[in-house]
Design a protein around this ligand. Structure first.
Ligand SMILES: Cc1ncc(COP(=O)(O)O)c(C=O)c1O
Length: 481
């Protein structure tokens, strides 16, 4: 019990004691550095701890003592032990990166400073870094001078932000102020393979299932541009008002890049908003070798680009980029007060006008600082490395008669299946193989179903993963199958 105000103050002073921070910091960084060494050299016993959720519940106290208890370094050791080890070279699962360790230290700095990028006064330096990054990324896309954008927490929120702007710009009335009119029948054309966050955004926006007009994919799981006209006409004949097309660059399941030139041209002809979900694949713009996958992206009205996927940043760090600066103010267009709108445009430096979030972490600092330290080429080289490695792995699979690729990979996402043991249900077999491998902990990989066929799915995202790791995966699949 704290008796008087002096005791209380001393207690708080202890929590904010710089020497204690230094000591804890050194201890924690030592633990993390040792962990990094172990994880990246493959000396950890497993990638994902083989512990079911119910069992995990028993490992973590559900209640907190009123008095001080655990040591900070013990907490760190425990969370490290029971986490999924993205740093392990045999982590080839979802599209979540083991971030640059330096970015993690920058993130620590951002956490301590905690300058929320809502208004300039609360985040003077990082606001400017964010602005500079937006300009730099817009240039890579090929947007002209008038482009603009913001950083937000994740591709999901990024897609929602961009689609809100699309709706405000194309609905034909001031939907922000007047609310959605049932009769409007607004709809957005999306690829059969779009990330679920795109459809979710449309449904969050009240457009319902009918507001999602699905365009089938071709053999390569890219939006079939041959079908665009027909699907568009059908939607119009059903009384829908199509306002936009959302393309994937690339798609989540197979990493397929939609034909942005053709989709952009179609949107131009019809006067539709063109949104590109480049959450995963826009980073290929940094690679001389692979940037051609994004030809036509300059035609977009909005682009979502996650730095926490293929730019090695910790979660979350998403840029939403608009071709026209004006659009960046439209997602959260405060028509209720025209004056306020006017103010928002004059206050470009108060970013909360244009984001769903008010308080926002210093995500731009991590990226800005890492680009400044490592230079841009480092990031292009990373793309080249993992995209090349994925192609090399595909070649190995192609030469293995007991495996089958879903499609040739364009980027660093690859889907394949094991073909032997034909007496078993071949789909069930893939699920069982994955379950067995991840429960052993030797690899972490995921699965997907494409046109009723189950596949093992890998994202080769850790820059330290090698072809040896991937060949070992094939052997492991054979062994457990
Ligand atoms: C193509 C695509 N779009 C959007 C998202 C969602 O991004 P986030 O997880 O940052 O919300 C993902 C996530 O994997 C994705 O692959």
């Amino acid at each position: 019990m704290l008796k008087n105000s002096t005791e209380k103050l001393n207690f708080f002073k202890q929590a904010f004691n710089s020497e204690e921070f230094r000591q804890n910091g050194h201890k924690i960084v030592d633990i993390l550095a040792d962990y990094m060494e172990k994880a990246s050299s493959g000396r950890l016993n497993y990638v994902l701890p083989p512990i079911e959720p119910d069992e995990m519940m028993n490992l973590w106290d559900g209640e907190f003592s009123a008095e001080p208890g655990k040591a900070p370094d013990e907490m760190v050791k425990k969370v490290v032990k029971y986490s999924n080890h993205l740093l392990h070279t045999k982590y080839i699962g979802h599209q979540v990166i083991s971030p640059l360790p330096l970015a993690a230290l920058f993130s620590l700095t951002g956490s301590l400073l905690n300058n929320s990028t809502a208004v300039y006064e609360m985040a003077p330096s990082v606001t400017i870094m964010e602005r500079n990054l937006i300009k730099w990324m817009s240039n890579l896309i090929g947007f002209r001078e008038n482009s603009d954008g913001i950083f937000t927490s994740g591709g999901t929120l990024g897609n929602l932000t961009a689609l809100l702007a699309a709706r405000q710009a194309k609905s034909g009335y001031d939907i922000w102020t007047e609310g959605s009119k049932d009769s409007a029948g607004l709809a957005v054309m999306v690829s059969e393979q779009c990330h679920y966050s795109v459809k979710r955004a449309l449904q969050v926006m009240g457009m319902g299932e009918t507001g999602v007009v699905t365009v089938p994919c071709d053999e390569a799981y890219c939006l079939d541009t041959e079908k665009l006209e027909e699907i568009y006409e059908k939607a119009i004949n059903e009384g829908k008002k199509v306002i936009a097309v959302a393309a994937s660059a690339c798609s989540t399941a197979t990493g397929s890049y939609d034909d942005l030139e053709k989709i952009g041209e179609f949107c131009g002809q019809k006067g539709l908003w063109f949104h590109v979900d480049g959450a995963h694949g826009a980073s290929a713009l940094l690679s001389e070798k692979y940037k051609g996958l994004l030809n036509g992206i300059h035609r977009a009205d909005s682009v979502v680009w996650d730095a926490h996927k293929m730019m090695l940043m910790p979660a979350l760090s998403t840029a939403v980029l608009f071709k026209n600066s004006e659009s960046s103010y439209e997602a959260f267009s405060q028509k209720a007060s025209y004056l306020f709108e006017k103010e928002a445009r004059e206050e470009w430096y108060n970013m909360a006008h244009r984001t769903m979030e008010c308080t926002k972490p210093m995500m731009a600092f991590n990226l800005y600082a890492c680009l400044s330290v490592y230079g841009t080429k480092f990031f292009g080289d990373y793309i080249d490395h993992v995209y090349d490695l994925t192609k090399e792995f595909a070649e190995v699979i192609n030469q293995s008669p007991d495996f089958e690729l879903a499609i040739e990979p364009e980027g660093n996402i690859i889907c394949f299946r094991y073909l032997k043991n034909r007496d078993e249900d071949i789909n069930e077999l893939q699920f069982k193989i994955r379950k067995k491998i991840i429960s052993e902990g030797s690899f972490y990989l995921v699965q997907t179903v494409l046109r009723n066929k189950a596949y093992l799915r890998c994202t080769i995202i850790n820059p330290l993963t090698t072809i040896k790791d991937l060949k070992e995966l094939l052997d492991k699949v054979r062994e457990v199958a």
